[in-house]
Write a protein that binds this ligand. Structure first.
Ligand code: TMP
Length: 215
Protein backbone atom coordinates (compact mmCIF):
# COMPACT_ATOMS: atom_id res chain seq x y z
CA UNK A 1 0.00 0.00 0.00
CA UNK A 2 1.51 3.33 -0.96
CA UNK A 3 1.71 6.29 1.38
CA UNK A 4 -0.79 9.09 1.17
CA UNK A 5 -0.21 12.72 2.13
CA UNK A 6 -3.20 14.94 3.01
CA UNK A 7 -2.86 18.55 4.17
CA UNK A 8 -5.44 20.91 5.65
CA UNK A 9 -5.22 24.65 4.97
CA UNK A 10 -7.14 27.84 5.63
CA UNK A 11 -6.94 31.15 7.44
CA UNK A 12 -6.95 31.23 11.25
CA UNK A 13 -10.50 30.61 12.49
CA UNK A 14 -11.51 28.53 9.45
CA UNK A 15 -12.37 25.58 11.73
CA UNK A 16 -10.00 22.85 10.54
CA UNK A 17 -9.16 21.17 13.86
CA UNK A 18 -12.15 18.93 14.59
CA UNK A 19 -12.31 17.79 10.97
CA UNK A 20 -8.61 16.89 10.92
CA UNK A 21 -9.11 14.59 13.91
CA UNK A 22 -12.30 13.15 12.40
CA UNK A 23 -10.65 12.39 9.07
CA UNK A 24 -7.72 10.69 10.81
CA UNK A 25 -10.22 8.50 12.71
CA UNK A 26 -12.17 7.67 9.56
CA UNK A 27 -8.98 6.57 7.80
CA UNK A 28 -7.89 4.49 10.80
CA UNK A 29 -11.31 2.83 10.82
CA UNK A 30 -10.47 1.65 7.29
CA UNK A 31 -7.33 -0.03 8.61
CA UNK A 32 -4.88 2.67 7.50
CA UNK A 33 -2.00 3.67 9.78
CA UNK A 34 -2.23 7.44 10.20
CA UNK A 35 0.44 9.94 11.22
CA UNK A 36 -1.31 13.07 12.47
CA UNK A 37 0.99 16.07 12.52
CA UNK A 38 1.19 19.83 12.00
CA UNK A 39 3.28 22.69 10.65
CA UNK A 40 5.19 24.56 11.75
CA UNK A 41 6.02 21.64 14.04
CA UNK A 42 5.92 17.87 14.17
CA UNK A 43 9.46 17.38 15.50
CA UNK A 44 11.28 18.71 18.56
CA UNK A 45 13.32 21.13 16.46
CA UNK A 46 10.35 22.22 14.34
CA UNK A 47 8.19 22.80 17.44
CA UNK A 48 10.96 25.00 18.88
CA UNK A 49 11.03 26.99 15.62
CA UNK A 50 7.22 27.22 15.74
CA UNK A 51 7.37 28.95 19.12
CA UNK A 52 9.75 31.55 17.67
CA UNK A 53 7.77 32.07 14.46
CA UNK A 54 4.44 32.45 16.28
CA UNK A 55 5.72 34.81 18.96
CA UNK A 56 8.80 36.77 17.92
CA UNK A 57 8.68 39.74 15.56
CA UNK A 58 10.94 39.16 12.53
CA UNK A 59 11.15 40.14 8.89
CA UNK A 60 9.35 38.08 6.25
CA UNK A 61 12.51 36.43 4.87
CA UNK A 62 13.57 35.28 8.35
CA UNK A 63 10.06 33.96 8.93
CA UNK A 64 10.12 32.11 5.59
CA UNK A 65 13.55 30.57 6.27
CA UNK A 66 12.43 29.38 9.71
CA UNK A 67 9.20 27.77 8.49
CA UNK A 68 11.09 26.05 5.67
CA UNK A 69 13.84 24.90 8.11
CA UNK A 70 11.10 23.48 10.35
CA UNK A 71 9.53 21.84 7.27
CA UNK A 72 12.79 20.23 6.19
CA UNK A 73 13.29 18.64 9.60
CA UNK A 74 9.65 17.51 9.64
CA UNK A 75 9.91 15.96 6.16
CA UNK A 76 13.19 14.16 6.86
CA UNK A 77 12.27 12.81 10.29
CA UNK A 78 8.51 12.25 10.07
CA UNK A 79 6.75 12.73 6.74
CA UNK A 80 9.07 10.90 4.32
CA UNK A 81 9.61 7.87 6.62
CA UNK A 82 5.85 7.57 7.24
CA UNK A 83 5.06 7.71 3.51
CA UNK A 84 7.79 5.15 2.81
CA UNK A 85 6.05 2.82 5.29
CA UNK A 86 2.76 3.22 3.45
CA UNK A 87 1.15 5.36 6.13
CA UNK A 88 -1.31 8.20 5.67
CA UNK A 89 0.17 11.52 6.75
CA UNK A 90 -2.52 14.01 7.78
CA UNK A 91 -0.90 17.39 8.26
CA UNK A 92 -2.43 20.56 9.71
CA UNK A 93 -0.90 23.06 7.22
CA UNK A 94 2.04 22.60 4.83
CA UNK A 95 3.79 24.75 2.23
CA UNK A 96 0.62 26.41 0.91
CA UNK A 97 0.49 28.20 4.27
CA UNK A 98 3.91 29.72 3.60
CA UNK A 99 2.77 31.07 0.24
CA UNK A 100 -0.48 32.33 1.77
CA UNK A 101 0.93 33.87 4.98
CA UNK A 102 4.47 34.93 4.07
CA UNK A 103 3.94 35.29 0.30
CA UNK A 104 0.52 36.94 0.14
CA UNK A 105 -0.08 38.11 3.72
CA UNK A 106 3.40 39.52 4.34
CA UNK A 107 3.91 40.29 0.62
CA UNK A 108 7.17 38.35 0.46
CA UNK A 109 8.58 37.37 -2.96
CA UNK A 110 6.61 34.41 -4.40
CA UNK A 111 9.56 33.30 -6.57
CA UNK A 112 11.95 33.16 -3.61
CA UNK A 113 9.40 30.95 -1.84
CA UNK A 114 9.25 28.73 -4.95
CA UNK A 115 13.04 28.33 -4.76
CA UNK A 116 12.92 27.45 -1.07
CA UNK A 117 10.10 25.00 -1.81
CA UNK A 118 12.25 23.31 -4.48
CA UNK A 119 15.24 23.03 -2.13
CA UNK A 120 13.27 21.72 0.83
CA UNK A 121 10.79 19.45 -0.96
CA UNK A 122 12.89 18.27 -3.91
CA UNK A 123 13.89 14.64 -4.31
CA UNK A 124 12.17 13.41 -1.17
CA UNK A 125 10.01 10.57 -2.47
CA UNK A 126 12.41 7.83 -3.64
CA UNK A 127 10.04 6.73 -6.41
CA UNK A 128 10.10 10.20 -7.95
CA UNK A 129 12.68 11.80 -10.16
CA UNK A 130 14.89 14.18 -8.20
CA UNK A 131 13.25 17.29 -9.66
CA UNK A 132 9.76 16.28 -8.50
CA UNK A 133 8.67 18.08 -5.36
CA UNK A 134 7.09 16.42 -2.38
CA UNK A 135 3.57 17.82 -2.27
CA UNK A 136 0.41 16.59 -0.59
CA UNK A 137 -1.68 14.21 -2.69
CA UNK A 138 -4.71 16.16 -1.53
CA UNK A 139 -5.03 19.59 0.09
CA UNK A 140 -8.33 20.39 1.80
CA UNK A 141 -8.57 24.17 1.73
CA UNK A 142 -11.12 25.52 4.22
CA UNK A 143 -12.27 28.70 2.53
CA UNK A 144 -14.04 31.22 4.76
CA UNK A 145 -14.52 35.00 4.46
CA UNK A 146 -11.95 36.79 6.65
CA UNK A 147 -14.74 38.65 8.51
CA UNK A 148 -16.47 35.41 9.53
CA UNK A 149 -13.17 33.89 10.68
CA UNK A 150 -12.46 37.00 12.77
CA UNK A 151 -15.87 36.71 14.48
CA UNK A 152 -15.21 33.04 15.25
CA UNK A 153 -11.80 33.82 16.71
CA UNK A 154 -12.89 36.82 18.78
CA UNK A 155 -12.30 36.08 22.45
CA UNK A 156 -11.60 32.39 21.79
CA UNK A 157 -8.05 32.45 23.18
CA UNK A 158 -5.04 34.71 23.56
CA UNK A 159 -4.10 35.42 19.95
CA UNK A 160 -0.63 34.57 18.64
CA UNK A 161 1.32 36.87 16.29
CA UNK A 162 -0.72 35.87 13.22
CA UNK A 163 -4.13 35.63 14.89
CA UNK A 164 -3.63 39.21 16.13
CA UNK A 165 -3.35 40.52 12.55
CA UNK A 166 -6.15 42.75 11.18
CA UNK A 167 -8.84 41.54 8.77
CA UNK A 168 -7.02 43.04 5.79
CA UNK A 169 -4.11 40.67 6.43
CA UNK A 170 -6.40 37.64 6.29
CA UNK A 171 -8.01 38.88 3.10
CA UNK A 172 -4.54 38.83 1.54
CA UNK A 173 -3.85 35.37 3.01
CA UNK A 174 -7.12 34.10 1.48
CA UNK A 175 -6.09 35.52 -1.88
CA UNK A 176 -2.78 33.67 -1.48
CA UNK A 177 -4.61 30.38 -0.93
CA UNK A 178 -6.77 31.09 -3.98
CA UNK A 179 -3.61 31.66 -6.05
CA UNK A 180 -2.08 28.37 -4.86
CA UNK A 181 -5.40 26.65 -5.66
CA UNK A 182 -5.30 28.04 -9.18
CA UNK A 183 -1.68 26.92 -9.61
CA UNK A 184 -2.55 23.31 -8.64
CA UNK A 185 -6.32 22.85 -9.07
CA UNK A 186 -6.28 19.03 -9.08
CA UNK A 187 -4.34 18.79 -5.81
CA UNK A 188 -6.72 21.19 -4.05
CA UNK A 189 -10.25 20.58 -2.85
CA UNK A 190 -11.95 23.83 -1.85
CA UNK A 191 -14.18 23.29 1.18
CA UNK A 192 -16.85 25.89 1.86
CA UNK A 193 -16.13 26.44 5.56
CA UNK A 194 -18.99 28.93 5.92
CA UNK A 195 -21.57 26.26 6.83
CA UNK A 196 -22.48 24.17 9.87
CA UNK A 197 -19.85 21.73 11.21
CA UNK A 198 -21.94 18.85 9.79
CA UNK A 199 -22.05 20.51 6.39
CA UNK A 200 -18.30 21.07 6.43
CA UNK A 201 -17.66 17.44 7.42
CA UNK A 202 -19.90 16.26 4.57
CA UNK A 203 -17.86 18.38 2.14
CA UNK A 204 -14.63 16.90 3.52
CA UNK A 205 -16.01 13.37 3.08
CA UNK A 206 -17.19 14.16 -0.46
CA UNK A 207 -13.72 15.44 -1.42
CA UNK A 208 -11.95 12.43 0.04
CA UNK A 209 -14.42 9.89 -1.35
CA UNK A 210 -14.47 11.39 -4.84
CA UNK A 211 -10.72 10.71 -4.99
CA UNK A 212 -11.24 7.10 -3.88
CA UNK A 213 -9.44 7.64 -0.57
CA UNK A 214 -12.38 6.48 1.55
CA UNK A 215 -15.27 4.17 0.63
P1 TMP B 1 -2.07 26.99 13.75
O1 TMP B 1 -1.31 25.70 13.58
O2 TMP B 1 -2.62 27.15 15.11
O3 TMP B 1 -3.04 27.22 12.66
O4 TMP B 1 -0.98 28.17 13.73
C1 TMP B 1 0.05 28.24 12.84
C2 TMP B 1 0.19 29.66 12.43
O5 TMP B 1 1.38 29.82 11.67
C3 TMP B 1 -0.96 30.14 11.56
O6 TMP B 1 -1.30 31.47 11.92
C4 TMP B 1 -0.36 30.15 10.19
C5 TMP B 1 1.10 30.39 10.42
N1 TMP B 1 1.97 29.78 9.43
C6 TMP B 1 2.76 30.59 8.63
O7 TMP B 1 2.73 31.80 8.76
N2 TMP B 1 3.57 30.00 7.69
C7 TMP B 1 3.65 28.66 7.52
O8 TMP B 1 4.39 28.17 6.66
C8 TMP B 1 2.82 27.83 8.36
C9 TMP B 1 2.88 26.35 8.20
C10 TMP B 1 2.00 28.44 9.29
Amino acid sequence: MSGLFISFEGIDGAGKSTHIAALAQALEAQGRAVTLTREPGGTRLAEALRTLVLNDPMDALTESLLVFAARRDHIVRVIAPALAQGKVVVCDRFTDATFAYQGAGREFDWDVLKNLEAWVQGGVRPSNASQVLLQPDLTLWFDLPAQVAAQRLAGARVPDKFEAQPGAFFEKVSAGYARRHDEAPTRFARIDANQSPDGVWQSVLDAVRSRGLLP
